[in-house]
Design a protein around this ligand. Structure first.
Ligand code: DGT
Ligand code: CA
Ligand code: ZN
Length: 581
C-alpha cells in the first residue's frame, strides 16, 4: 500500500477539526479533549510523526493512545481517514468554521444545527435577522442580537486592511507600548513586518520580564473598541474600522524565537520547522529544543537562523518563495534599503495637481536627504490635473533654474514630465520637446480597460519612443479595488529591457505598482527599476519606504534601481535619450 506523508501540522489540524465537530455534535467531553491533546502534542513534537510511524512507535507520542494511533496509521498508509469521512458526511465542515464567530460556542452551534438545520455562518445570519433564534431554548432577543454582533465582527475581521492604513497605526501603537514600564523591546511581526500590501491584523511582539504593565497599556488604549481576548502572554483587541491588533509578550531570553515565529509567514515557518527536524531539533513558538529536551534559547532572530545553519533571512523574503534554499546556498540577495535611495524621480507641483511650488518641493526633498528631485508634472491631456502644455515647458524651465539657484548645490532639480500615453499609444508631447526635457516618465491614466492586445500594444509604443526613460505605475492598479490593466507584462518587460526603459515601483500605498512578484521577475531579467513616491505634497515624500518594501519583497538589489545611483551615473544614463547632458 502506498504511504502518504502528512506533516505534524496537518495531523494536528485534522485532529483539531475532529474535536471541533465532535464538540458541536455533543460528544462526551473526554473524547473531545483526547483529540485536542493529541493535536497539541503533535504540533509541538520534536520529531516527524511519519518517522515515528515507520518505526512503529506512534503510541510513544504523549497524548496518542491506541485509538488515535490507529487513525494516524490509517492516514499514513491509505491517505484517508474513514472516521473523518463518516463524520463530515453527517455534519458539514462549515459547522466548525462557525466557531470563528466571537461569543459563539459549540453548544449553541449544535443547537442551531439540530433545531434549525443551520450549517454555516451565512445561514446563521439569515436566521438571526429573521428572528428565528430567539425562540430556541436558552435563547432570547438579547442573545440573538449578540450573535448578529458577533457575525458583524467576524465579517469585519475577515476583511484585509491596506498597509497604508495599518503601518502608521502600528507605528504609533508601538511607540506608545514602548513607554510601558519594564518593557525591553516592542516590535512589529506578522504580515505587516513582512510588508504585505494588506494585512489581516497587526501583530506586535514585546519582550518583558513582567507582562502586566504592557498588557494593561495595550488593553486600555482609548482607541480600543473591543477586547477579543486577554491573557498574560497574549491579548487581542479591535479598534474602529475593523482594525485589529494582537500583542504577544515573551521573556527577553526567548524573544528571538518568538519574534521569528510571529513574523511568519506560516509557510516559511513550516519549511523552517522541516529543516529543524532534519537536524533533530524542534522549533516551536517558544524555543528550539534538542532531542534530550534541553532548549536553545534565542534572544535574537539571528540566533534562531544561526542555530539552523542559516544566515539571517530578511522578513520581506519569508514567503516560501525559495528563500530558505537560497539561504542554504549562501545566495540570498543583498536587498535594497531605504538609505540607498538618492533621488526622487516622480513628483508633482502646482504646475499640475501638486500642492507645492517647485522650490517648496525641492526643499522638502532635500530635507529628506534626497540629492536629486525631478519635477514631473502631468501633461495637458490629463485635463483634470491642469497639466502642462508643450508651450509651458520653457516657462517652467525658468522657474526650475531660479529655484536651483536659490537652493545652490544642496539638491539637483531636473525637469521631467509625466507624459500621458494616449489611447492610441501616442504621447502628449512631440518628440523634440521630450528630448529637451531631462527625464521622461510615460504613464497611462485613462482607457485602462482596453482589451489585452490593444493596451499592451499601446504600452509597447510608448516604450519604443526614443525619449521615454520610465513607465510610471505600469499596470494602473489602485488599491484596494481597482484592478490594473490587462497587460501582457512579459511583453512589456521584454520591450522595456530592449529599449532601456525603467519600470516604476510606485511607492504610494494606493498603488504599489509594479508589485513584488513582477518587480522580481523584471530585475531577474536584467531590467532596471525606479522607486518613486509620485508626491503631490511634502508628506507624500515620506511614503518611499512602502515602495522599497515592495522591492525587497521582490528580492531587488540596489544596483537594479536607478534612483539609488550616484548622480553622475544617473545623468550619464539619461544622456542616451537626452543628448544635452
Ligand atoms: P495576516 O494577518 O492574515 O495578514 O497574516 P499573518 O502572516 O500576519 O498571519 P497571522 O496574523 O494569522 O499570524 C501571525 C504569525 O503567526 C504568522 O505569520 C506565523 C505565525 N503562525 C500563525 N499560525 C501559525 C501556524 O499554524 N503555524 C505556524 N508555524 N505559524 C503560525
Ligand atoms: Ca497578522
Ligand atoms: Zn504622477
Amino acid at each position: 500500500m502506498p504511504a502518504k506523508h502528512f506533516s505534524n501540522e496537518q495531523l494536528a489540524d485534522t485532529f483539531n477539526l475532529i474535536a471541533d465537530l465532535l464538540e458541536i455534535k455533543g460528544e462526551v467531553i473526554y473524547k473531545v479533549l483526547a483529540y485536542r491533546k493529541a493535536a497539541e502534542s503533535l504540533a509541538e513534537l520534536n520529531q516527524d510523526a511519519y518517522d515515528i510511524w515507520q518505526a512503529g512507535k506512534l503510541t510513544d507520542i504523549p497524548g496518542v493512545g491506541k485509538a488515535i494511533a490507529e487513525k494516524i496509521d490509517e492516514l499514513f498508509s491509505t491517505g484517508k481517514l474513514g472516521f473523518m469521512e463518516k463524520l463530515t458526511a453527517e455534519m458539514p465542515v462549515s459547522l466548525a468554521e462557525m466557531l470563528q464567530v466571537p461569543d459563539l460556542g459549540p453548544k449553541k452551534i449544535g443547537l442551531f444545527w439540530k433545531e434549525l438545520g443551520i450549517t454555516s455562518i451565512s445561514e446563521l445570519e439569515t436566521a438571526a435577522r429573521a428572528g428565528k433564534l430567539r425562540t430556541l431554548p436558552g435563547m432570547g432577543e438579547k442573545s440573538e442580537a449578540r450573535i448578529l454582533a458577533g457575525i458583524e465582527a467576524y465579517k469585519r475581521r475577515s476583511e484585509r486592511i491596506p498597509i497604508g492604513q495599518a503601518y502608521p497605526f502600528a507605528q504609533r501603537l508601538i511607540a506608545s507600548l514602548r513607554q510601558a514600564p519594564g518593557v525591553v523591546t516592542v516590535e512589529m511581526a506578522g504580515s505587516l513586518r513582512r510588508g504585505r500590501i494588506t494585512v489581516g491584523d497587526i501583530d506586535i511582539l514585546a519582550a518583558a520580564t513582567d507582562s502586566t504593565a504592557i498588557m494593561d497599556r495595550f488593553l486600555s488604549d482609548r482607541e480600543v473598541v473591543r477586547v477579543e481576548g486577554k491573557g498574560d502572554t497574549k491579548s487581542s483587541v479591535e479598534y474602529a474600522h475593523g482594525l485589529r491588533a494582537q500583542l504577544w509578550v515573551h521573556p527577553p531570553e526567548r524573544f528571538g524565537t518568538a519574534w521569528q515565529y510571529a513574523t511568519g509567514s506560516k509557510e516559511h515557518n513550516v519549511r523552517l520547522r522541516e529543516l529543524a527536524l532534519k537536524q533533530n531539533l524542534s522549533l516551536s513558538e517558544h524555543a528550539l529544543t534538542r532531542p534530550d529536551g534541553s532548549e536553545i534559547l534565542c534572544a535574537t532572530e539571528d540566533e534562531v537562523y544561526a542555530a539552523l545553519g542559516l544566515p539571517f533571512i530578511p522578513p520581506e523574503l519569508r514567503e516560501d518563495r525559495g528563500e530558505i534554499q537560497a539561504a542554504l546556498l549562501g545566495k540570498l540577495p543583498k536587498l535594497i534599503e531605504l538609505q540607498d535611495i538618492q533621488s526622487e524621480l516622480h513628483a508633482h507641483t502646482t504646475w499640475s495637481d501638486g500642492h507645492l511650488s517647485i522650490q517648496e518641493l525641492a526643499e522638502a526633498a532635500r530635507d529628506r536627504g534626497r540629492k536629486l528631485i525631478v519635477v514631473s508634472d502631468h501633461s495637458a491631456s490629463l485635463a483634470i490635473t491642469g497639466g502642462l502644455t508643450a508651450q509651458d515647458v520653457q516657462k517652467q524651465r525658468q522657474e526650475i533654474q531660479h529655484a536651483q539657484k536659490s537652493l545652490g548645490d544642496s539638491i539637483v532639480i531636473l525637469q521631467g514630465i509625466e507624459v500621458e500615453v494616449r489611447a492610441d499609444g501616442s504621447l502628449d508631447f512631440p518628440d523634440e520637446v521630450l528630448a529637451e526635457l531631462d527625464i521622461v516618465t510615460a504613464s497611462v491614466h485613462t482607457s485602462l480597460r482596453q482589451p489585452r492586445q490593444q493596451i499592451t500594444e499601446r504600452m509597447l509604443k510608448a516604450i519604443q519612443n526614443p525619449h521615454v526613460d520610465i513607465i510610471g505605475h505600469p499596470t494602473g492598479r489602485m488599491l484596494p479595488n481597482r484592478e490594473g490593466a490587462d497587460l501582457d507584462l512579459e511583453a512589456v518587460m521584454k520591450a522595456a529591457l530592449e529599449n532601456q526603459v525603467a519600470l516604476e515601483i510606485n511607492a504610494h500605498p494606493a498603488r504599489l505598482d509594479l508589485d513584488d512578484v513582477n518587480a522580481r521577475h523584471f530585475a531577474e531579467m536584467g531590467g532596471l527599476l525606479t522607486i518613486n513616491t509620485d508626491a503631490h505634497s511634502a508628506s507624500d515624500l515620506d511614503l518611499m519606504h512602502f515602495g522599497v518594501t515592495v522591492a525587497r519583497r521582490g528580492w531587488v538589489e540596489a544596483s537594479s534601481v536607478i534612483n539609488t545611483w550616484k548622480i553622475p551615473k544617473l545623468l550619464e544614463w539619461l544622456k542616451r535619450k537626452h543628448p544635452h547632458f
